[in-house]
Design a binder for this molecule. Structure first.
Ligand SMILES: Nc1nc2c(ncn2[C@@H]2O[C@H](COP(=O)(O)OP(=O)(O)OP(=O)(O)O)[C@@H](O)[C@H]2O)c(=O)[nH]1
Ligand SMILES: [Mg+2]
Length: 482
């Protein structure tokens, strides 16, 4: 029996790969991105990883695949010399190397990093494709070839401006069963799948196990997207129906009361969004590092900032069409953004600014006052928001956040931001403005169903909206598909 056949994972076993390479080439970053574990230590200084650590990908309570992070090769040429001089059973070369040097500090790192391979792990060899191939690399590759283990090389380019990918590929041909460019700092879900697909080809014996791994990854991804969709629709609905009211007494200062209510209203909507973002982040396993949004992200602006309402949501004419669908009886506000008001919300809430005098002079004014602020007897109420633009703004922000999250690999540690570019063009930047008229219609019907006065909710409208959100999520995730 060959060494490879002996260790090929059967139906019940979990495939294991040791991630090997020179110090500081990005091994830990690759493991971090592949396992979606942002707690793995990554450092700009070589020698960060000193002992092997196994990271298991678990899905639905099952272990799916394991990756072992290892220290970098320290003395590849001396190690290769021993391997080349070895005369014994080829299948036991690793065991013999480790037995021979177990107590020799000179070979301590090599013993440590080769141990998982001796145990039966496959090999993923990581190089930095932005530097040329050196003699030490050739020694490392030859060691790995002599282990006889299934092995794949990946090119993780740390600097996009320098590209030695071609030379690396030429060298790899002699030593590895498969090669793939995999950038730990940019790879998204599809890249991970492609990488696992390539891994299949390193050995026929490993193919069935890795096919199961790919299936598990795809199913998990679908599940997360279904949940993201549920979180988003739930949060939007909660925000759209939200209202806050206060009993008015003769001593109540109506201006202050109005101000306080609108502050509370805004805070609650911000909190709903914050909690939504937190859920999305957890779903995609971003735990330790607060995901820093790029500087150009419109999400840097507050939900109620004028900028947000200028840059997201529908255009005036799109909104007019949406308003027509919802119908005049609803008293829907068509927000045309600026209009001399400093905040989108105030526009959104209809009379809240202009209603000052009405509030003060006619506190007993009954139902039918401007939408968003109603005086029912002695109550002052803000919300539910009657401006349909709020739906598109909330949806845009959720989709932008989702898009940032799913595109941020876990192995990336820098928080470098990109300078703002297109914010000032006045163009809408969100997803909703690019929706088809039919999709915008679904949103409008949903808005009507959620905020309308009918006692029986239009369930079809809610379902159609959820399906639309799901479609949009898929489109965003698939932007760079295969
Ligand atoms: N820009 C960029 N930087 C990367 C990439 N991969 C790794 N780095 C950076 O390179 C440095 C080394 O990355 P590690 O993942 O710690 O490398 P390692 O091979 O595990 O290093 P040792 O544990 O010291 O052997 C870190 O500063 C990473 O952020 C990449 O694809 N792009
Ligand atoms: Mg490391």
């Amino acid at each position: 029996m060959t060494l490879d056949a002996m260790a090929a994972p059967g139906p019940g076993t979990v495939p294991e790969f040791a991630v090997l390479g020179h110090p500081n080439e990005g091994k830990s970053s690759v493991v971090s991105t592949l396992t979606e574990d942002d707690q793995i230590r990554v450092s700009p200084f070589p020698g960060e990883t000193t002992v092997c650590r196994t990271y298991t990908v678990r899905m639905d309570g099952r272990d799916i695949i394991r990756f072992v992070d290892t220290p970098g090769f320290q003395v590849p040429r001396q190690t290769l010399a021993w391997f080349q001089a070895y005369q014994g059973d080829a299948g036991r070369i690793l065991d013999r190397f480790i037995e021979t040097h177990a107590s020799d500090p000179f070979f301590a790192d090599e013993c440590e990093l080769l141990a998982p391979v001796a145990r039966g792990a496959g090999i993923i060899y990581v190089v930095n494709g932005s530097r040329p191939v050196r003699d030490d690399d050739l020694a490392e590759m030859e060691i790995l070839r002599l282990t006889g283990r299934p092995r794949m090389a990946i090119i993780n380019s740390k600097d996009m401006d320098k590209d030695y990918t071609r030379t690396w590929r030429q060298e790899f041909g002699k030593y590895f069963n498969a090669v793939r460019v995999f950038n730990s700092n940019t790879a998204d879900f599809h890249e991970r799948i492609r990488m696992l697909e390539t891994l299949k080809s390193i050995d026929q014996e490993w193919e069935p196990a890795l096919t199961r791994v790919v299936q598990a990854f795809v199913q998990e991804w679908e599940k997360r997207n279904r949940l993201a969709c549920a979180y988003i629709t739930h949060a939007i609905e909660k925000s759209l129906v939200f209202s806050v009211s206060k009993k008015m007494h003769d001593t109540t200062d109506p201006v202050m009361a109005k101000e306080n209510l609108s502050t509370t209203y805004r805070k609650n909507l911000r909190d709903i969004e914050k909690s939504l973002f937190h859920h999305i982040r957890s779903l995609f396993k971003h735990t330790v590092y607060e995901v820093t949004l790029p500087e150009y992200s419109v999400l840097q602006h507050d939900l109620f900032a004028q900028k947000t309402w200028d840059l997201l949501g529908l255009t005036k004419s799109q909104l007019a069409a949406a308003g027509a669908i919802v119908g005049g009886t609803m008293g829907v506000m068509i927000d045309t953004a600026a209009h001399g008001l400093s905040f989108g919300l105030f526009t959104a809430m209809g009379g809240i600014l202009g209603a000052g005098s009405a509030v003060m002079g006619g506190r007993r004014m009954a139902e039918g006052s401007p939408a968003g602020i109603r005086l029912g007897g002695d109550r002052l109420q803000v919300g539910p928001n009657k401006n349909i633009q709020l739906l598109y703004i909330l949806l845009d922000r959720a989709l932008i956040y989702y898009s940032h999250i799913i595109k941020r690999p876990h192995g990336r540690r820098d928080t470098k931001t990109v300078q703002a570019g297109q914010d000032d063009t006045g163009k809408k930047l969100g997803f909703s403005t690019r929706m088809t008229p039919a999709q915008r219609q679904i949103c409008a019907r949903y808005f009507k169903a959620v905020t309308g006065r009918r006692l029986v909710r239009d369930k079809k409208a809610a379902l159609a909206f959820a399906v639309l959100v799901q479609t949009l999520l898929e489109e965003i995730a698939d932007q760079d598909k295969f």
